[in-house]
Design a protein around this ligand. Structure first.
Ligand code: ZN
Length: 122
């Protein structure tokens, strides 16, 4: 891991900034907390002032891909809607729930790892 990536990785002690999973040395993403936008035609960054290491955190691939260009609050809303989506569109989830294999839980807005750490619940 190069020095710049190591500095980003060390911001969380190698945990995903969002879900808190332990990241390996490879396969994690450097997420822009405040998303950068690319002009895909010219392959240039539209808001280069956000493309700096202070705006980057380590994230697991799945969190980073789910978050995409969303803000933290938009990402939180997206995750909160997952259960609604499961109940509406995913027959396997509905059947598993009917057979008691999955417990329905109250839909809550998730707390991200960096917020849980702030509460002392690492
Ligand atoms: Zn994650």
């Amino acid at each position: 891991m190069n020095k710049k990536r190591k500095a980003i990785y060390d911001k969380t002690g190698g945990r995903c900034f969002y879900c808190g999973s332990q990241l390996g040395e490879k396969g994690w993403h450097a997420d822009h907390v405040e998303a950068i936008r690319r002009d895909w035609w010219t392959d240039t960054c539209i808001n280069p002032h956000l493309d700096h290491d202070d705006n980057k955190v380590p994230a697991c691939a799945s969190c980073n891909l789910q978050k995409g260009p969303l803000t933290i609050e938009q990402f939180r809303e997206k995750i909160a809607d997952f259960v609604k989506s499961l109940n509406s569109y995913h027959n396997q989830y509905i059947v598993a729930k009917r057979y008691g294999l999955v417990q329905e839980t109250e839909v809550i807005k998730p707390l991200f790892w960096f917020e849980r750490v702030g509460e002392g619940n690492q």
